[in-house]
Design a protein around this ligand. Structure first.
Ligand SMILES: Nc1nc(=O)c2c([nH]1)NC[C@@H]1CN(c3ccc(C(=O)N[C@@H](CCC(=O)O)C(=O)O)cc3)C=[N+]21
Length: 281
């Protein structure tokens, strides 16, 4: 069996086109501000793609670039100013932050109503108890991809590989809310391969290049690869060994062109949702 490829670029383009239509009918441009401290190279491509997608969909988007030696106090002051700016609907502080800044202090300083990353404790807590919340973009994008792939989630065995606050934990909450039977496995789990082989739906989000081998995948399973790893030779690979996995999976996302474009589209979706909620539009 050779897996169907889930085309994240195409699904993201469709989602963005729908958002652009909704923005047009709003009568104002939802405001998104991305704050970047220093120039972590991994986030450079992201910032550019994000800005382009936002402009094309009619958002008022800008990146605020701060120097690497920005103090935590100065960054917090920028966040507070954005919290108070009525034209700003969404705030995203790019991670990772330099080591001298406490990332958690910054995340918790963002107004939860403008927290389009969905990282604030208020939004994470609401997601955990099943209340409407701004939801982290990558797991939200994965749910869109599963829907686009026609995956049935109710009662399905879903295995999430990775337990980060950014992907693994919110991913598990969303799958659970969709009535999947969810298992979270991670670097300390014994017999990772055996656990993964039980999955009807496998979401890999550990940031370890090609950790998941072909024989970790049940025949016909749906595989979503969240990893975006740059190898020393410059090649971009996921957390799944794609060439092997494609021989076993029923459907699989590629890297690049899978989850990455969905993360950006969902950032815009969250910004639109935040704008509508804040402005009563
Ligand atoms: N507060 C915060 N929120 C984030 O969501 C966040 C962040 N910080 N810091 C950096 C990471 C990285 N990230 C990416 C999103 C999309 C692509 C993406 O669209 N990738 C394309 C192209 C990749 C390429 O060609 O380099 C793809 O996978 O097809 C990449 C990376 C979001 N991040």
């Amino acid at each position: 069996m050779t897996a169907r490829i889930i085309d994240g670029k195409a699904v993201a383009a469709t989602l963005r086109a729908g958002l652009a239509e909704r923005v047009k009918s709003l009568g104002f441009a939802p405001g998104l501000r991305v704050v970047r401290v220093g120039d972590d190279p991994a986030s450079g491509v992201y910032v550019r793609n994000k800005d382009r997608a936002a402009q094309q969909a009619g958002f008022d988007s800008a990146t605020i670039q701060l120097p690497e030696d920005t103090t935590e106090a100065a960054l917090l002051a920028v966040v507070r100013q954005l919290n108070e700016d009525p034209a700003v609907d969404g705030i995203l502080v790019q991670l990772p932050l330099p080591a001298h800044i406490r990332a958690d202090a910054v995340i918790q300083a963002v107004d939860p109503a403008k927290d389009v990353d969905g990282f604030h404790a208020i939004n994470a807590g609401k997601l955990a108890i099943g209340q409407p919340a701004l939801t982290p973009c990558t797991p939200k994008g994965v749910m869109h991809l599963l829907a686009a792939a026609g995956a049935s989630l109710r009662g399905a065995r879903a295995v999430v590989l990775g337990r980060s606050n950014i992907v693994g934990k919110p991913m598990a909450a969303l799958l659970l809310a969709a009535d999947a039977t969810v298992t979270v496995v991670h670097s300390r789990t014994q017999n990772l391969a055996t656990e993964c082989r039980r999955a009807d739906i496998l979401v890999a989000a550990v940031g370890r290049p090609e950790l998941v081998r072909g024989d970790w995948i049940e025949e016909g399973a749906t595989v979503i690869d969240v990893g975006i790893n740059r190898l020393p030779n410059g090649r971009l690979v996921g957390d799944v060994a794609f060439d092997e996995a494609v021989q076993h999976a029923g459907a699989i996302t590629p890297v690049p062109g899978g989850v990455g474009p969905m993360t950006i589209a969902c950032l815009l979706e969250n910004t639109l949702e935040a704008a509508i909620a804040r402005r009563g539009a």
